[in-house]
Write a protein that binds this ligand. Structure first.
Ligand code: MG
Length: 203
């Protein structure tokens, strides 16, 4: 099982981190040990002084595939939730400035928090999914999948050119603007189409 992540998939977020809006999806992978299951706390890692949240729509893959065409990509996922792509921003900035891979800043244990998955039905419009993140009861991010630069189906078509995708894999689809730091004691809450699906406490 792997966790496939997309970077810079919302123009406003790319801007807030002074990144260019990409012409092709920016892809990275988190290992299985990065998964933080629902209701589990995240212990603030000792190797960073700037741990940040990025709330993202997450889908679960339900079918193995490679070289998937965009028009068939919707057959490959059947569940949706919110996740937090936790990022050690200081490490990431340091690595980025040297042109080095970010893995340790993005793929550490617990860095991929997921909420409770809900089924995707015929009524779910994947191009109009609204979601919010609250930090200590205050809304800090407000996103909608219609603002994604690359649609989920486009991402699956692109990624599957390089990696076989497998049942149980998850795709983190990128974060909207409003990312920011957390400190021990903070409580994060993710709201997906009006329902709370995600709860993470920082310890
Ligand atoms: Mg992210």
């Amino acid at each position: 099982m792997k966790i496939i992540c997309v970077g810079r998939n919302y123009a406003e977020h790319a801007k807030e981190l002074s990144n260019e809006v990409p012409k092709e999806p920016v892809i990275f992978i988190k290992p299985k040990a990065a998964l933080l299951m629902p209701e589990k706390p995240l212990y603030y890692p000792e190797f960073t002084d700037d741990l940040q949240y990025e709330c993202e729509l997450v889908v679960k893959i339900c079918k193995n595939g490679k070289h998937i065409q965009e028009k068939f990509a919707n057959k490959y996922y059947d569940q949706l939730t919110l996740g937090i792509d936790f990022t050690a921003r200081d490490l990431q900035n340091n690595l980025k400035s040297k042109g080095l891979p970010w893995e340790i800043a993005k793929g550490f244990d617990g860095s991929a928090a997921v909420g409770t998955f809900i089924p995707i039905t015929a009524e779910t419009n994947m191009r109009n999914i609204s979601f919010q993140l609250k930090k200590n009861d205050e809304q800090v991010q407000d996103g909608n999948s219609r603002d994604m630069i690359f649609s989920l189906d486009r991402i699956i078509a692109y990624v599957s050119k390089f990696f076989t995708i497998n049942i149980g894999d998850m795709i983190f689809t990128g974060t909207p603007a409003g990312v920011g730091p957390v400190t021990p004691g903070d409580k994060l809450e993710g709201i997906l189409m009006g329902d709370k699906v995600l709860d993470v406490e920082i310890r």
